[in-house]
Design a protein around this ligand. Structure first.
Ligand code: ADP
Ligand code: MG
Length: 340
């Protein structure tokens, strides 16, 4: 066969670069919700409102009462690789914020109609920047930030076709907020859809928040645990084997407040249930892992849902031990009740 003639190499226009990059970060409305709530938490918000239209496809508005963005910096917030959260590689190694790439707002704005309104404690009023037109206007709101994302993927129809029904997209958005809500019981959350309140969680203790989000049944059918080993602190609730489910839909793990999916950790937990769970039954659990930031690399996945541990074996052992102890303790408690 003929070898094709070489084709000219071109630099892609910025807009296209952003749209391609957005493909990694923004998969569906729930990805936008996650990024915007991450930002609100990084800004120190005490209350976060998430307002959706048509499952988030028509509109996602996230309002917070955090520190706000100085008006002079508003345009920068929308630029790629612009962030207030790290300044050096050193910072990246000890990063304590949810964000650090400076990509989310740029990515989202390249595949939607975005506006951002913000007011800092020092501002007399808020300012609203329309990402598309670049127009900056005075706006009314208290301290904090509102990000409005409308018509997601309107300019990328190929992407839009992958969206499911509004009901399914809404369920994913709600799930994204639940993950944040479980990890941050000190913050109040409310989710609205089409003007109606879907769910609301007021600031509470961690125990109360878990019951509020996952239900009293989950709390009744799980055992709390705490476990620490060197630089590692684990806490959470281990679901009782009797309450195992046919689906793995109540398995939550966070590393330093960031929700993650990690094969090593789920394997460790699964192995703790080895003797008490059979077949395809799925345990329910919440697990909060706190670890020194330099022992975990959070910069391995564009959406940061995967992390890499410096010492995976130690994590595996500790997680397994924490769950085995919790399950043994719950059996001991049950036996004590029976013999009393
Ligand atoms: P990153 O979170 O990785 O820094 P983003 O694109 O999500 O990148 O946000 C860019 C910058 O905009 C942030 O670093 C922050 O300074 C500012 N910002 C975004 N959202 C908010 C918010 N809700 N409150 C205050 N500042 C915000
Ligand atoms: Mg961010």
């Amino acid at each position: 066969p003929e070898v094709p003639a070489p084709r000219a190499i071109r630099e892609l226009p910025d807009e296209l670069v952003s749209q391609i990059a957005a493909g990694e970060v923004v998969e569906r409305p729930a990805s936008v919700v996650r990024e915007l709530v991450d930002n609100a938490l990084d800004a120190g918000a005490r209350n976060i409102q998430v307002k959706l239209m048509a499952g988030g496809v028509r509109a996602i508005v996230v309002e917070d009462d955090g520190c706000g963005i100085p008006v002079a910096q508003l345009p920068l917030a929308l630029k790629r690789h612009a962030t207030s959260k790290i300044a050096s590689l050193n910072d990246l190694e000890s990063v304590a914020t949810m964000g650090f790439r400076g990509e989310a707002l740029a990515a989202i704005s390249s595949v939607s109609d975005m506006a951002i309104a913000s007011r800092t404690g020092a501002d007399a009023h808020a300012h609203r920047l329309d990402a598309r037109s670049g127009e900056l206007q005075p706006a009314a709101r208290g301290r904090g930030t509102s990000v409005e994302v409308r018509e997601l993927f309107f300019s990328t129809p190929a992407r839009r076709k992958f969206l499911k029904t509004d009901a399914t997209e809404l369920a994913h958005c709600v799930e994204a907020v639940r993950r944040h809500a479980l990890a941050r019981p000190d913050v109040g959350f409310a989710i609205w859809h089409e003007g109606k309140l879907v769910d609301q969680w007021r600031a509470a203790s961690s125990e109360q928040r878990i019951a509020d989000v996952l239900g009293e049944d989950f709390s009744a059918e799980s055992r709390p645990f705490e476990y620490s080993a060197g630089p590692l602190a684990l806490s959470g609730r281990a679901g009782l084997p009797e309450a195992a489910r046919s689906r793995a839909d109540q398995q939550y793990v966070w590393v330093n407040g960031r929700y993650v999916r990690d094969k090593l950790i789920s394997h460790a937990i699964r192995s703790a249930y080895e003797d008490v769970l059979h077949g395809q039954r799925q345990p329910s659990y919440v697990l909060f892992i706190e670890i020194a930031p330099e022992l975990v690399d959070v910069n391995v996945h564009p959406t940061k849902i995967e992390v890499r541990f410096r010492d995976g074996r130690a994590i595996h052992q500790s997680v397994r031990r924490a769950f085995i102890d919790a399950l043994a303790q719950s059996r001991a408690d049950a036996a004590a009740v029976e013999s009393a």
